[in-house]
Ligand binder design. Sequence first.
Ligand code: GDP
Ligand code: MG
Length: 440
Amino acid sequence: GLSEKLQGVFKNLKGKGSLTEADINDAMREVKLALLEADVNFKVVKEFVSSVKEKALGEEVMKSLTPAQQVIKIVDRELTELMGGAGSKLTYSPRGFTVLLMVGLQGTGKTTTCGKLANYLKNNGKKPMLCACDIYRPAAIDQLEVVGKAVDTPVFTMRDCREPEKIALAAMKEAELKGYNVLIVDTAGRLQIDEALMDELVTIKKAVKPHEILLVVDALTGQDAVNAAEGFNEKLGIDGIIMTKMDGDSRGGAALSAKKVTGKPIKFVGMGEKFDALEPFHPDRMASRILGMGDMLTLIEQAESSYDDEQAAALEKKIRKNQFTLEDFLDQMGQIKKMGGISKLLGMMPGMNSAAMKNVNVAQSEKEFVQMEAIIQSMTKAERENPNILNASRRRRIAAGSGQPVSKINSLVKRYGEAKKMMKQFSGKGGNSRMNRMFR
Ligand code: GDP
Ligand code: MG
């Protein structure tokens, strides 16, 4: 499976002390094959791999992580991002009565999922009611009634009515009247998306104005599930996806592609036929499940945070001893960059207001960082440790070496001086906690 394949790729990287571009290219070729074999959408794979590659080559080397760990960290982060980042919850209508419209092709698990959702909602303090709008087979209504009984939830039916939108409207009235606060509407499916089905669903949508339209797709159908999601989203508009049969041996491709292809998040996954087998979808947990290395990821997180702590502590000591060098200055700017820009850092500092932050351009500061790095790398050890010795001829030599104008060197030295002064203030009485906050 995908997990084994990815783990194999990382194993190959493990022995290496440092990674070359060729190592990363080889690894990414393997990752690409593994994802394609898992039935992930081709375009999604291409974008994913190039994004991971770019980050792996661009990432600053962290002493506390091995090269393999760094690549794992990047793949984990990108997988999480691919599946929707922070994750997306079910939302409820602010007016206190929520209608959820369940749609999807035949056999994907709509009716079963209606029961699972009712169960989930009850466990979360809601009072759900079910509504049977699959009018084509009497057996479908019977099925929902069985489901309702199993999860102890009332089911609204109108067996002789041929207009599902009327059934749904009547159910809303009844549910509100009786004090229920969520109505889950089960609908008919087809083997394929056709106009009649879409017209019917659009009519129901217009009548009941559901708070969320949830599309149920079957993970086992792979890319077909993703194509169906695209189709329903175009013709009807959906708010989220519930991916069923994740307990089966799907290759994982649908779960990985759905968000990227449709722009709509997976909100729940079905993990079995029982009514408690429904889980909110967490992209980060899914990513580590796919990577099959939860422990390794925890380790990486710990290593990262201790790296930052150690750095901050060492820097603090240097400042107190007045040994803050240009190299430390560069390190510190690197930390800022890693933390997501200087504006965030400024926001944490006392006395810095939003007006001051408006003048900071993040992209510009990234570019400046690269230039600063080049300049400092062109200095001798003695110059880095004691910038006071930087006379005009040294500055000209550094300018030539780094490909930057002398004016840039002058402004770097000036900024370093200002930073040093500011830090001395911080390291005075009461400055410690602020310092810690600054560098973390
Ligand atoms: P509908 O036609 O979309 O309403 O689909 P049903 O709710 O009738 O489900 C079709 C089949 O899929 C049933 O046998 C369900 O038990 C099964 N099913 C639904 N969800 C899951 C799931 O998450 N895992 C497994 N293994 N089976 C499921
Ligand atoms: Mg059904």
